[in-house]
Unconditional design. Structure first.
Length: 246
């Protein structure tokens, strides 16, 4: 990834942090976007300490004005991103019959609309330059379906549809659009909502009897961000240890 510039949303922790870390290790210049100032600063300090070319940008994807300001800052340094990774997402659990419209809309505003806002600003320079890679991080829950997460699963399914239609539109401009559906990933956020026993129940549903790590997702992102995947667009790649096959 030498010479490439990438933006990773939700880069303060978890999957996003690991994607940013591997992109840096592969030689990319990386913009880190997150709404949590403390986590963003910690990730930035950690990566800067390795000598990586990395820049933090604080923004809440629910705020179109903040996203626009973030891209103004990015485009002052680079006319076009080579890679956009729409990773940021939230997944509070709630039974559908107890869910408010505000909770439903809040999930979609971050997970789906936030990806739209970033993509809408990143895509035109890619089209003008006839080069770019856009990667969406969805979820295997779209294929599986999980109770108490209907709003989350709906938002992640929206990203898969977004991927397919956008790939059709941007393909003639040599812009590649693909999606990853992670399975049960061992992250800090997971540990706050899932017991170790529940996590290992998921492992028993997988074909590979081990926890899937953020690095597993990051490695596929590198594949999708480079010329290795130049013959591929509009696709959804499961990285779930062989839980769901389609």
């Amino acid at each position: 990834m030498q010479g490439k510039t990438a933006l990773v949303t939700g880069a303060g922790t978890g999957i996003g942090e690991e994607i940013a870390r591997l992109f840096c290790a592969e030689g990319a210049q990386v913009w880190l976007l997150d709404r949590d100032a403390e986590r963003l600063q910690a990730t930035y300090d950690s990566l800067r300490g390795t000598g990586a070319s990395v820049f933090p940008v604080l923004a809440d994807l629910r705020r179109a004005d903040q996203v626009a300001e973030a891209f103004d800052r990015i485009h002052q340094r680079t006319p076009a991103l080579d890679v956009l990774v729409n990773n940021a997402g939230i997944y509070p659990r709630r039974a559908f019959l107890e869910m408010t419209e505000e909770e439903w809309s809040g999930i979609l505003d971050v997970n789906l609309n936030g990806a739209y806002r970033c993509t809408r600003l990143a895509a035109p320079p890619m089209v003008a330059r006839r080069s770019g890679k856009i990667i969406f991080i969805s979820s295997v829950t779209f294929h599986w379906g999980l109770q108490r997460l209907t709003h989350y699963v709906a938002s992640k399914g929206g990203l898969i549809g977004f991927t397919r239609s956008l790939a059709r539109e941007l393909g003639p401009h040599n812009v590649h659009v693909n999606c990853i559906t992670p399975g049960a990933i061992e992250t800090e956020a997971e540990a706050r909502t899932v017991t170790p026993e529940e996590a290992w129940e998921w492992v028993r549903l997988q074909s590979l009897e081990r926890r899937i790590k953020p690095l597993d997702i990051a490695r596929v992102c590198v594949f999708l961000a480079t010329e290795w995947s130049d013959g591929l667009t509009g696709q959804t790649i499961n990285v779930d240890g062989g839980w769901v096959m389609h």
